[in-house]
Write a protein that binds this ligand. Structure first.
Ligand SMILES: [Zn+2]
Length: 272
C-alpha cells in the first residue's frame, strides 16, 4: 500500500533530523522526497535547521519549486536543486543537499572523492563536480534560480552524488532510506579519505566493479532497513524518546504496583 501523505511528512521530517543527528546537516541543508501520490510534486520543510524539522513543517511544491499553497512561513531559497533533479530524473524519489565538513575539502581542491570501502561504494563509481562559474560566472554561490538548479541536475547526470565547487554536495536516492544511507556513508567515506591521505602511504580506492558490487549489495532492503533503524533509535535517544515512552510508563506502573498491573493485564483472572 502506498504511503499516506501524513506518513510521508512524518518520515521526511525524521530523515531531516536523522541526517542532522549524524553530523552531516547542520543549520543549513535540506532533505526532500517526491510526493507519494503525485510524481509532479515534492515535499520539503519550511525554512529551518533540519535538526528541528517536524511533520507539520512539511509543505508541497511543484517540480518548478512553486509552493502549492501560499506559504505562511519562510521557504528555502535553494529548493530548485530538488525540483530540477526530480524533473530530470524520474527514478529519483529523494534528494539531500548539504555542506558537510568532510565533503568540503573535495569542493575546494582538485582532490577527487573516491569510494574507499564497501559502505562508501554507495556514492557511485563517479562523483562529478559542478562549477557554477561555467554557466553563470561569479555568483553568491547559492543555487536559487531554476536555471542554476537545472545546470546542477545536468552535472549530476545519471550519477547519485554531485559535488558543488566551494559550496557542498547534493545526493539523490531511489527511496528516502537509500538516500539517507548514501548521504551518511558518502560523508564518512570523505572523512576516511582525508585521514588516509594524511598517512601518505598511497591510497587505493575501490575499482569500478568493486564499487558497483558493494554499492548494490549495501543498497538492498535488508542493510538499508538495518541502518535506518539504527540511526532512528540514535535519534530517539538524542531526543530523549528512548526507550519509547509507553513502554517506560508501563514498566514504572509494574514496579510501583505489580499486583494491580497484572490484574489490569488479565481481566478474566480478576473476576475469579
Ligand atoms: Zn547550499
Amino acid at each position: 500500500m502506498p504511503m499516506s501523505l501524513a506518513q510521508a511528512r512524518e518520515v521526511l521530517a525524521r530523515a531531516n533530523r536523522i541526517i542532522a543527528n549524524e553530523g552531516v546537516l547542520d543549520a543549513f541543508g535540506h532533505v526532500t522526497m517526491r510526493h507519494p501520490h503525485d510524481p509532479g510534486r515534492y515535499l520539503m520543510s519550511r525554512s529551518r535547521g533540519p535538526e528541528l524539522v517536524q511533520a507539520e513543517d512539511i509543505l508541497e511544491f511543484t517540480l518548478n519549486s512553486k509552493p502549492l499553497k501560499p506559504p505562511t512561513a519562510r521557504i528555502y531559497s535553494e529548493r530548485v536543486i530538488h525540483g530540477e533533479i526530480y524533473k530530470a530524473r524520474p527514478e529519483v524519489m529523494a534528494v539531500c543537499h548539504h555542506h558537510a565538513a568532510s565533503m568540503l575539502p573535495f569542493c575546494v581542491t582538485s582532490m577527487k572523492l573516491k569510494p574507499l570501502y564497501h559502505l562508501g561504494a554507495t556514492m557511485g563509481t563517479q562523483v562529478p563536480i559542478w562549477d557554477s562559474r561555467h554557466d553563470f560566472g561569479n555568483t553568491n554561490l547559492l543555487v536559487a534560480k531554476p536555471e542554476e538548479g537545472a545546470s546542477l541536475a545536468r552535472a549530476l547526470g545519471p550519477h547519485w552524488t554531485v559535488l558543488m565547487r566551494r559550496h557542498g554536495a547534493t545526493v539523490a536516492g531511489r527511496s528516502l532510506e537509500e538516500l539517507t544511507f548514501r548521504t551518511i556513508y558518502t560523508a564518512r567515506n570523505a572523512a576516511a579519505q582525508i585521514q588516509a591521505e594524511m598517512l601518505g602511504a598511497g591510497l587505493e580506492p575501490l575499482n569500478d566493479e568493486e564499487t558497483e558490487l558493494a554499492g548494490e549489495f549495501n543498497l538492498q532492503p535488508g542493510p538499508v532497513a538495518r541502518a535506518w533503524e539504527y540511526w532512528s533509535v540514535r535519534l530517539d535517544k538524542a531526543e530523549g524518546n528512548w526507550p519509547p515512552r509507553q513502554r517506560a510508563a508501563t514498566k514504572k506502573r509494574v514496579a510501583a504496583n505489580p499486583r494491580k498491573a497484572a490484574a489490569k493485564k488479565s481481566p478474566a483472572k480478576r473476576k475469579r
